[in-house]
Structures are given as C-alpha cells and as structure tokens.
Design a protein around this ligand. Structure first.
Ligand SMILES: [Zn+2]
Ligand SMILES: [Zn+2]
Length: 215
C-alpha cells in the first residue's frame, strides 16, 4: 500500500510505503510533505524502518534531516548522487528554501540489489539521466515501482541540471521502466500515478521512440 503526500515549491511527492506485515513502512523521498507522511505513519501504527532516496535533488531531500531525526531510520542513497546531495545547500539558498543540512547518507544503494522490509521487497534499478545516481524502486511482490523523476504521466524528467543527460535518461526509461509489465503502477516524484502501459502508449516523449517495440 502506497500513500502519497505532495508539498513544497515543486509540488514534490513524498511516499509512505506500508509493507506486507502491516507494521513496517519505508519513507521514499522525504520532501516538504514529509511531516504529513510521518504523521500518517504514526496514525496507522507503522514503524518507518528506512528512508530511501531515488535521487538527491533538493525537493526530494528537503526534509530528510527531519525524517531521520523523527524515525531514526537509515538514509539510503546511490553514491553517484552524492555530488547532488552535497550541492543541495547551495540550491536551497538559490531558491530561498529553508533547508536543514542533513548528516551524510547511512547506506549506499547498489544497482540490482534487493531491499527487504516487513515482508515486502524492492529491487534497486539504476536509472541515471535526470540525475547521475538516480535509482527506481521496483517491488518484487506487487506490480508497483517508485520512479522518482525518471518518467511522469505524459512527460519525462528534465536533463538540464548538473549530471543530467537526455540520451542516458531515454536509455534508462527503455531499459528499466518500459520492460516492466504494462500493468505496473508507476509512482513519480511529481504529478499523479500512472502505468507502464499508459506511458508506452501515450507519453509523447516515449511512445514515438519505444512504444512500438513493446506493444
Ligand atoms: Zn529531480
Ligand atoms: Zn523532483
């Protein structure tokens, strides 16, 4: 069960993922709405065991220091996004976003590894292009993936920020997203949830390039 909370200057989605055991949860990308996500966890009796980051853009780590302090849960980030993490303070100043500098991440995400929490399991898929160390979390037990800013309903992640690259992003979408079963529900970092099938058919950035290969 995935609960989404939207907030902040960039209308970022923070996700509370309730695990199969009904007691455990993970927090994904604690942005401005992280306090609401943690309040929901408390109300539902869920213990947050990990903080998982798809990437380290400011809007996705805006409240990571708060979330770690509240939960004590370890923060997981792919090491290739560490420069982006380190740049967040500068970005916050640029945008005038109040930002509590977090301690360094606790754990390195590894491409292809699986993470198990409370009877649920997620595969870490490396999907750079929007950010150099961007990953997506693909459930191995449900047709669900948390895709960060790789792909959105009808759009794709921007590639003009440091470490971004358009061709790399399109290859990540082809090799890591479009290969998932079409019924897979995608939870992006901005905007509503969608499915692999819907984006393969109708996403104007993706369908002309790749839909034919997967139809
Ligand atoms: Zn981003
Ligand atoms: Zn974002």
């Amino acid at each position: 069960m995935i609960f989404s909370f939207t907030g902040g200057l960039f209308a970022q989605n923070t996700f509370l993922v309730a695990c199969a055991d009904g007691r455990t949860a993970v927090l994904v990308d604690p942005g401005a709405a992280a306090p609401s996500a943690l309040a929901a966890a408390k109300a539902k009796g869920l213990s947050v065991e990990a903080i998982l980051l798809t990437h380290a853009h400011l809007d996705h780590i805006e409240r990571v220091a708060f979330a770690k302090r509240e939960t004590g849960a370890p923060v997981h980030l792919h090491p290739a996004d560490r420069p982006v993490w380190d740049d967040a303070i500068t970005r916050a100043a640029t945008f005038g976003v109040p930002f509590e500098p977090p301690e360094p991440p606790d754990a390195d995400l590894v491409a292809g590894a699986t993470l198990a929490f409370g009877g649920s399991e997620f595969r870490v898929a490396f999907a750079p292009g929007h950010a150099p160390g961007h990953v997506i979390f693909v459930s191995t037990t449900e047709p669900v993936a948390l895709v960060g800013d790789v792909i959105f309903q009808g759009s794709i992640g921007r590639t003009d920020l440091p470490g971004g690259d358009y061709r790399t992003l399109m290859e990540s979408i082809r090799s890591q997203v479009l290969v998932l079963p079409h019924e897979t529900r995608l939870y992006p970092g901005h905007g509503p949830e969608t499915t692999v099938g819907a984006e393969a058919r109708a996403n104007p950035f993706v369908a002309p390039l790749y839909a034919g290969h997967f139809a």
